[in-house]
Design a protein around this ligand. Structure first.
Ligand code: 3HC
Length: 336
């Protein structure tokens, strides 16, 4: 488990694994295009264009960072969960997110980049991670709403990634999606209990949390298609299967009936069913606020990064001990 995270030799972000020639020739390019056109899978040992490799490293590493930063807003509530049952569920969920980060860093490593370099980019503020994890979790209802809406949005975005053209990413996403599904359900169930059996104050707490998270979740799908620089190429390569706007629409359409069962409203005066389109219409997203958050100026960006850096620094002795242990085993194996 540890060995992969201790590869220190830093392949540059566009470097190919040693056994695959990075040289682009018309023949190689044509074979790659044929595989993509046939909806085939590209595996680490296959030749791939550098731009495809670079795009995957970008997306998979941002995704991995999102998973591990995503542990923080909810981790904050483990010691304050209202019952043993809720605490056990929350612990399991937060641990799942750590596991997702590990699968995804491993998938990125198959592209010839080291985990240490990816983490360095995160810790020095050069790497992006999902905007959604830069907002505070003010009450227990936020934990339920994160499960229902944030994990619900994540699943909507991630199910199509199970069919991504890059094999290791697609396979990692299958397990991630199964676990995200549990995360979404536990959040919805926690909210249902508060809404159906709770006090007026608890119901108000749920509504307040929905009001604060709704728009952030819609923005989570990324900029509108017309302003998304990576979408066209990502779709062409079979990395992305459904566009940002289409996923956002699917999320709204799936979530509004759930809100009705729950007994909450979403803070959007423009929301209405459009029978002609067969979809909900919804209001305008505040993209200035989204970009400010993505660019490091959201309410919790500095706190989140500082927490990750502290965890990394405090784990230094564990990494050193694991390397020393692995070296000792190697020496003993050689001597035997
Ligand atoms: N937060 C931060 N940055 C975002 C973003 C968001 N919500 N949405 C888009 N961006 C960034 C993109 O990364 C890109 O930045 P870059 O070009 O500097 O790398 C820029 O905004 C333009 O966006 P594009 O639409 O052109 O970028 P993509 O084609 O890569 O699409 C994406 C963005 C839809 C997020 C896509 O990368 C994707 O599907 N990624 C995999 C899934 C993922 O990372 N999800 C994050 C949440 S994980 C999670 O929620 C964990 C769970 O446990 C709850």
């Amino acid at each position: 488990m540890y060995t992969q995270s201790f590869i220190n030799a830093d392949a540059s972000s566009a470097a190919a694994p040693a056994q695959v020639s990075p040289i682009e020739s018309p023949e190689r390019m044509a074979a790659f295009d044929r595989a993509i056109d046939a909806d085939g899978r590209i595996e680490p040992q296959d030749w791939m264009p550098q731009a495809y490799r670079k795009t995957l490293i970008r997306q998979i590493s941002q995704h991995a960072h999102s998973e591990i930063v995503g542990m923080l807003p909810e981790g904050n509530w483990i010691s304050r969960a209202p019952s043993l049952k809720r605490k056990a569920i929350l612990l399991a969920k937060v641990q799942d997110e750590a596991g997702h980060g590990l699968y995804l860093y491993s998938a990125a490593e198959t592209l010839g980049v080291s985990r240490d370099s990816l983490l360095d980019a995160l810790h020095t503020g050069r790497a992006k991670y999902s905007s959604i994890f830069n907002y505070p979790t003010l009450t227990w209802a936020d934990v339920g709403v994160i499960g229902w809406l944030v994990d619900g949005a994540a699943i909507m975005n991630q199910i199509p990634l199970c069919r991504c053209s890059y094999g290791p990413y697609a396979r990692a996403m299958i397990r991630v999606c199964k676990e995200e599904s549990f995360h979404q359900r536990q959040g919805y169930e926690a909210l249902l209990v508060m809404m159906k059996e709770g006090t007026d104050a608890q119901k108000a707490m749920v509504q307040d949390a929905v009001n604060r998270w709704w728009w952030k979740c819609l923005a989570m799908f990324g900029p509108p298609d017309a302003d998304s620089p990576n979408s066209a190429q990502g779709m062409r390569w079979g990395i992305k299967r459904i566009s940002n706007d289409d996923l956002r629409q699917k999320f709204v359409d799936a979530t509004i009936p759930q809100a009705e069962v729950l007994g909450v409203t979403v803070p959007d005066p423009d929301l209405k069913w459009n029978a002609d389109r067969g979809h909900y219409d919804f209001g305008a997203i505040d993209w200035d606020e989204f970009w400010a958050t993505v660019n490091g100026n959201g309410p919790c960006n500095r706190e989140r990064l500082a927490t990750r850096v502290k965890a990394w620094d405090e784990g230094q002795w564990v990494r050193e001990a694991a390397v020393a242990h692995a070296n000792k085993n190697k020496r003993e194996e050689k001597a035997a």
